[in-house]
Design a binder for this molecule. Structure first.
Ligand SMILES: Cc1cc2nc3c(=O)[nH]c(=O)nc-3n(C[C@H](O)[C@H](O)[C@H](O)COP(=O)(O)OP(=O)(O)OC[C@H]3O[C@@H](n4cnc5c(N)ncnc54)[C@H](O)[C@@H]3O)c2cc1C
Length: 474
């Protein structure tokens, strides 16, 4: 670094220390390296410093300072993004770590809502809510032991936990507090009106919560979130069923959705390979169904209806199926971590597609990874899964490529991974939810030009100095 460069970083660091205190800013090179990775092999650049604010006002002051001194700010929650997120992509930047903003601010039983600081991690929130008999109807991605609420909203995270009935993280939000890139503080929904409270998302002129969900933190730092609550269930029912054909499997889902016997989770084991490895039988698709209700009769009724639909469509209910589903469900926040321990890093390509396109997507993925790229012969492992989301015939499809992180294997795996993402987008319109740099790079050149133009205009209006998360989405 030049003398001029050193003076500038010193000025930035001293100014940050004035805002949050000396102990909450680090520029130690070993600390900085720890912030150059997320849970994927993607590497970021070394930031000048890492700052850990504890309040909204501190976030606001940091962004005002960034505009004044013209340095970049990359936001990081738990750093568990697995596609290049929460790291810096440009030089002359700092990382703003939100994990000190971890308080539960209010559990409002009258409004059935909870308000938290956005740096709280899901498992802490879940534990605290459970003490009072509640949970959020979607209660976190599989990385719940490390992922923050803010990071999950910025990635529009979803997973099997309640997603079929309640949708992903994005559907749980009532209002947000966001620090805009200029440092201004915005509240959304009913909270735009002083003294109204936090009870409605779409009102007072529109839904401006939506622009912050899934947009990777480029439009603002989410600092507070008000979310829906539901009562913890008293009763759980588990069903495992396998179908010989995709036609019957898809019909099974459509019939359940039509009569609204919606379970918490309708998880799909897609394709013959997955069915054989999960259920040890032949079939084109299998289902793990979890019903959880606070009311016994409701659970029983849903179970009866779902089983009847399965029987009418000649579904096969393996003898130990229900037990297998229960075991699978209870490992909800350990599944992917356990697989990573065994098989290595997971390069993910999670995206949404219509249910009826799932058979094509599965066939393409098997062709691509197994036949064309022979990943198994190279010591890698492909796994496929899916779940029905949002009470709609739409699935979250999650192809994973697991690989051991040796430099030459990593390089090869990254090429295969990116190649698949590009193929899935172009071939059948894969639309990612849990995005990151690898998706951005491959998705943005393929979306309609008007959309890119709109995003760029929005970004330059909200962030005129291009301070916050530059290059992460636009
Ligand atoms: C083992 C494992 C399992 C996983 N399972 C799932 C899963 O089931 N479903 C799923 O969707 N994902 C999953 N993920 C990916 C990731 O953990 C989640 O998407 C998680 O929600 C990210 O949260 P985070 O706090 O770690 O975000 P980070 O990785 O820190 O950041 C992610 C993005 O959000 C931005 N950001 C972070 N905080 C804020 C904020 N307060 N305001 C604005 N922007 C912000 C960052 O700049 C970055 O662009 C998994 C990852 C691992 C390693």
């Amino acid at each position: 670094m030049t003398v001029k460069g050193e003076k500038r970083s010193e000025e930035i660091i001293k100014s940050l220390q004035k805002i949050v205190g000396r102990e909450c800013v680090t520029s130690e090179v070993t600390d900085l390296y720890a912030y150059t990775r997320d849970a994927s092999p993607v590497e970021g650049v070394l930031p000048l410093a890492v700052v850990k604010p504890a309040t909204t006002i501190e976030c606001s002051r940091i962004l005002k300072l960034a505009n004044e001194l013209k340095f970049k700010v990359y936001v990081r929650g738990g750093g568990t993004s697995a596609g290049g997120g929460g790291i810096a992509f440009q030089q002359d930047s700092i990382i703003l770590d939100t994990t000190r903003m971890n308080k539960i601010l209010e559990i409002d039983e009258k409004n059935m809502s909870v308000t938290v600081q956005a740096g709280i991690i899901w498992s802490t929130l879940n534990e605290e809510l459970a003490k009072q008999g509640y949970r959020v109807p979607f209660w976190g991605p599989e990385s719940a032991y490390g992922a923050t609420l803010g990071g999950s909203l910025a990635l529009a995270s979803m997973s099997s936990q309640g997603v079929t009935e309640a949708g992903g993280t994005y559907n749980q939000v009532i209002t947000l507090e966001v620090v805009l890139p200029t440092g201004d503080i915005l509240r959304t929904g009913s909270d735009t009106l002083p003294n109204a409270g936090k009870f409605a998302r779409v009102c007072n002129g529109g839904d401006y919560t939506g622009i912050f969900l899934g947009s990777l933190g480029v439009f603002g730092i989410i600092t507070e979130v008000t979310l829906n609550l539901e009562a913890l269930p008293n009763v759980a029912r588990y069903i495992g069923v396998v179908f010989d054909t995709w036609d019957d499997g898809i019909d099974f889902v459509l019939k359940i959705l039509r009569v609204k016997a919606i379970p918490k989770s309708l998880n799909i084991t897609p394709g013959e390979r997955s069915v054989r490895s999960s259920w040890n039988v032949d079939g084109q698709c299998g289902f793990r169904i979890v019903i959880e209700e606070a009311d016994d009769e409701l659970a029983e009724r849903k179970e009866r209806i779902i089983r009847k639909i399965g029987v009418e469509l000649d579904g096969y209910f393996p003898e130990d199926g229900d037990k297998k589903v229960e075991e699978w469900w209870k490992k909800m926040f350990l599944r992917l971590v356990t697989a990573e321990k065994e098989y290595g890093f997971a390069a993910h390509a999670c995206h949404k597609i219509p249910l009826h396109k799932l058979p094509i997507a599965v066939k393409e993925a098997e062709e691509y990874f197994i036949k064309t790229h022979r990943v198994e012969e190279q010591g890698m492992k492909m796994s496929l899964g899916a779940y029905v989301s949002d009470q709609r015939p739409v699935v979250g499809f999650y192809p994973f490529l697991f690989f051991k992180d040796y430099p030459e294997v990593r390089k090869k795996a990254m090429e295969i991974w990116e190649g698949w993402i590009a193929h899935a987008i172009t071939y059948y319109g894969a639309s990612p939810y849990w995005m990151g740099w690898v998706w951005t790079k491959n998705l943005m050149p393929r979306v309609r030009p008007e959309y890119i133009d709109f995003l760029k205009k929005l970004k330059s209006a909200i962030d005129p100095n291009n301070i916050l998360n530059p290059g992460v989405l636009v």
